[in-house]
Design a protein around this ligand. Structure first.
Ligand code: AMP
Ligand code: MG
Length: 504
């Protein structure tokens, strides 16, 4: 085997806009002050310049050799200690008291243009105290998947971690065979998870729980500090943020795939993209993840699972909520009950807008449910049907392009008659309506077969041009992009991807 000559980790001469992680001010047991594990030949695949600019980071530096060394975990930023964070979590319903950053490192924070603190984290940066049997690395394919899907979510306006950079390592990692390694740099409002609270609750460490809750309030929900019961207000805010988030997922057909409690963030951002995917043809039971045999995290289960996860957060927070456990449980239950109303508020309003309805009528939800039923029975494409409604809402039933998306178009026609009747009861503003529908019904989503195509080109042929092109198309999901119409199409039968794999 070749003698690999890897430079010892160094410290970059520049801070380049990075600042020390505020998390480092929490007690030692919250993290490991981790050493870097340099890689052999890092090369920049892509820097998200727009995001770097929004974060006030030095683009010139990040694209230089020194900056690439930072993005590869070969150098730390000046005066910033890399941290691997401790957390626990329920994985597929089973509690694991210690997970933690087994292949990730928090390499600092940036203060963005809005004055908000954002975490910068490497994924695939090598082993840490939390690695258990893992190699601490990431494969190129999952890195590109997370890059594409998280940026697509951001362009759709859905709260999410962001992709700052992807770097190839010049090393292979061993999964089902040898595959090229890569390191992903992601940006998050923070990396606090439900599992972070569970980590300290499982250890009976109330002091740490309190410090964590105070940190979460200060960082994400500062208004909770002024509430009569700040920790209850924190829980209430997290419940509301996740209810809004999952409703937004449901409205675009996004399936997270691994909604374990360690993969659900306190800030309410989508985090930890693994075997995630967007639905093509609509079916509520859709599952892509290769490790989700029971369908626990199927599309239609996501709201229920979010409540289950939040109940685990509430349990972990009980000691903070009231002196007596009975009282704490009663308070927590009352807060958890509010999930449904918040979720319904966002989901129902979103459905109405997707159908082009601005007023509220009792028949709206049955109308929406009726469409979903016909879509499911006819294997119609979720994204194209809603987009199509906006394109031909002026068409008479029996005409227009949308009906062709259904195996038995007459079933759609039957529904469209009801929809037209309902539209007739809207206050008139038909010109604005089409635009409104187009602004909520995307034309371009990261279709799974396209993501796979991008990964194949990069992994098999070191060709990153499909990756670049897909990213540029997905940056404008609501716009008509005639030059890229091929990206609109659902997969042909032979292109269909039925399974997605975790990033491990
Ligand atoms: P994930 O499935 O990415 O949410 O990860 C679940 C847990 O497994 C986390 O604690 C990760 O840090 C850890 N993990 C995943 N992949 C690896 C790896 N290749 N090496 C070490 N730890 C890993
Ligand atoms: Mg995770």
């Amino acid at each position: 085997m070749d003698q690999v000559n890897i430079e010892a980790p160094r410290q970059a001469d520049l801070a380049a806009g990075f600042v020390q992680s505020s998390y480092a001010e929490l007690p030692d047991r919250f993290y490991q002050r981790a050493d870097l594990s340099p890689v052999r030949a890092p090369k920049l695949i892509r820097l998200n310049r727009q995001l770097a600019e929004d974060l006030n980071l030095d683009i010139g530096f990040l694209e230089s050799e020194g900056g690439i060394a930072v993005l590869a975990g070969n150098a730390s930023v000046k005066n910033v200690q890399p941290l691997a964070l401790a957390y626990a979590g329920h994985q597929f319903g089973n509690f694991v008291p210690q997970l933690g950053d087994g292949r990730a490192l928090l390499i600092g924070e940036a203060i963005d243009r809005g004055g908000k603190r954002r975490d910068i984290q490497l994924k695939g940066s090598g082993r840490t105290r939390f690695s258990r049997g893992g190699d601490g690395r990431a494969a190129l394919g999952p890195v590109l998947r997370e890059y594409v899907v998280s940026e697509a979510m951001a362009a759709l306006g859905i709260p999410t971690t962001r992709a700052l950079a992807a770097v190839s390592t010049g090393e292979m990692v061993f999964r089902e065979g040898a595959v090229p390694g890569a390191i992903f740099t992601r940006v998050a409002a923070s990396h606090l998870r439900i599992g972070t609270f569970q980590y300290f609750a499982a250890r009976g460490d109330h002091e740490a729980l309190k410090a964590l809750a105070d940190y979460a309030i200060e960082r994400h929900y500062s208004e909770a500090a002024a509430a009569e019961t700040p920790y209850l207000a924190l829980l209430e805010n997290v419940v509301a943020a996740q209810a809004r988030l999952v409703a937004r997922w449901m409205l675009v057909g996004f399936i997270h795939g691994v909604m374990n409690t360690d993969n659900m963030s306190i800030s309410g951002e989508t985090i930890d993209y693994g075997p995630c995917a967007f639905m093509d043809s609509y079916h509520p039971g859709t599952v892509f993840s290769s490790i989700d045999a029971g369908g626990r995290y199927a599309y239609a289960n996501q709201p229920r699972i979010a409540v289950w996860n939040l109940a685990r957060l509430a349990e972990a927070m009980l000691p903070l909520l009231a002196a007596s456990e009975d009282e704490a449980v009663a308070l927590a239950e009352a807060v958890l009950k509010k999930f449904q109303a918040t979720y319904d508020g966002v989901f129902h309003k979103g459905l109405r807008r997707k159908l082009g309805l601005s007023a509220e009528h009792p028949e709206d939800l049955p109308l929406a449910a009726g469409l979903l039923e016909v879509m499911s029975a006819n294997e119609a494409d979720f994204t194209l049907v809603f987009r199509g409604l906006g394109d031909d809402f002026a068409a008479v039933p029996g005409e227009g392009g949308t009906r062709k998306l259904f195996k038995r178009p007459e079933e759609f026609d039957g529904w469209a008659v009801r929809w037209k009747e309902r539209l007739a009861r809207e206050p008139e503003f038909d010109v604005g309506r089409q635009e409104m529908m187009r602004s909520v019904n995307p034309k371009y989503i990261p279709r799974n077969h396209r993501v796979e195509e991008v990964i194949r080109a990069a992994v098999d042929r070191s060709d990153f041009s499909p990756f670049e092109e897909l990213l540029s198309v997905l940056a404008r999901p609501f716009d008509e992009q005639p030059a890229h119409s091929a990206y609109v199409d659902p997969p042909k039968p032979e292109e269909r991807v039925l399974e997605t794999f975790c990033g491990t």
